[in-house]
Design a protein around this ligand. Sequence first.
Ligand code: FES
Length: 640
Amino acid sequence: MRKAFKVEFLPFRSTHSFARGTNLLDAIRKAGLPLKSTCGGKGTCGECLVRIEGGEARIRTSAALPEEVRRLGYALACQTEIEEDLTVELPRFEEQSIRTVAGSRFFEEHRDRISGVFEVNPVVRKIQVSVPAATLSDNSSDLRRLQRQIHKEKGLRCLQAEHRVLKKLAAAVREKEGEVTAILVKTGPGWTLVDLQPNPPSKNLCGLACDIGTTTVVCEIADLEDGRVLSTTTGFNQQLRCGEDVISRIDYARRPGRLQELQTLAVQTINALAEKSCREAGISSDDIYYVSVAGNTTMTHLLLGLDPRFIREEPYIPTMNLVPMVKASDLGLNVNPEARVHCAPAVGSYVGGDITAGLLSTPILRDAEKTSLFIDAGTNGELVIGNRDWLATCACSAGPAFEGGGTKCGLPAIEGAIEAVTISKSGDLAYRVIGGGKPKGLCGSGLVDLLAGLFVHGYLDRSGKLDQERAGKRLVRNGEGTGFLVEKAPRSYWGRDLILTEKDITNLIRTKGAIFSACALLLKNIGLTFDQLDAVYIAGGFGQHLDVDNAIRIGLLPDLDREKFHYLGNTSLSGAYLVLLSEKNRELVNAIAGKMTYIELNAEPGYMNEYTGSLFLPHTDIGLFPSVKKFLRPGKRLDD
Ligand code: FES
């Protein structure tokens, strides 16, 4: 038998045993801990960097791990094998830095204007009733007497009871003179009894809202009696090891056993976050009776263990759009086994529940007069245009660049990510790091700022090429090509230079180009122009702040009056939260899906032209960006 060694993972303080020779990345996955691994363990992306704090490991050399970084004690987890007891530090992944709409100022100020109803009237109820004792003249069964009492005292028709509850029913109605607390879940026209507790109830009544993104997953625990958010946690989707985007995960799922693996990883991700959320909220996972999930169509399929193959094959058909409620225990979620799971419905293969739920936390559906644009720039870019009376939607493959994927220096909006950058005319660069300290990388808002700053100050030309002369000392050339030095090794968290490579710039430009061209084409399709938009709501994992001016300068957003823009952050999570709180919202989100017209952009003849025009800063048609055009004179920089 191979000898087992103990590995302690910091900062989680979690220790696990592994056999000699276990790959460290596999060990981290088995421990259920988050670590980015975009290349799937090939040793090329450099994203699985960890620090070996104690013990020796066998570390293979890799182009993605410079010798000087290795000497400082760093290793690529995928290229490392466990040889003895180890202490390993993983990048810290703090949750509070992801902006969520619920609890934000926008949410507070617009509570009455957001499309979802802000009310606490969930599909789960905790009610106290007094069940009369059986007598010879009332010899109804225990369940019948309880059902009758629930109807009499609370007006609810309780039609069914779960087997697990029936097992404790006889004892419960005979203790404490029949005073019981019943937990009911609305299932169809009636209610189902899912738990029974003695009075006073020992348990809380909580729900879990979950935004299951391709890159990041966010869980929020809410008290279902007063709507308070008790805790929020964020982590990488553990499926990242199987591919960075939905297409690669769908391909991964084709081989035997892989679909099950992806389903397990989705559940493990949620379970790990839910466990942490429960700890922080001071509740038991058994107190969670309702789970509201919002995710794109592929993520929803994978969570439910449904074959996603036909999502990527013409004519791109999902198994279903409207998802029936499932039991948490059927999925393997570590919450109350009788908890019900609602997944926000999809509109099609590439417009999923994250968008239908996301719309709930915007004011779009409230107004018949105004026409608004909703942009969700996640791993996939999704757009919706419309108002209360009509909604048109489309998706584009934007890529995860603004969520921290696909770029060497990109990070989700986590602690240690640079969230804002300014570059002065003289070339001084200043930045703000989420949570302070040394930077680990840049999140979406930081990347937008950096790209805009480089463009405005003449470091980049309109095609995104670095002006090597202007970059001066900040120009870096290494095995990965040319790049712009954001921070030197000693001042970066990982002890290696933080560089925005030209390849990163190309990826960012492709991403912003895909989003902008999809907006333009969707508008064209419905006979509107940008200036006819009354409002633009932006969602996505950019970070806490998105500088709209900078987003316009790089051509990500249309050049409109700045007051039309509202950056909302993670609307998918907020939508899931609104569904958690209110039965009306559950119905509303289902209705939204039925109302949206899906436009397949790939089938549009003008798509390639639009896209190609958007692959410049800000665009080949500079007339679309008057506020940028007035600065762009031949031979001049924007800051001249
Ligand atoms: Fe290890 Fe990419 S370098 S996962």
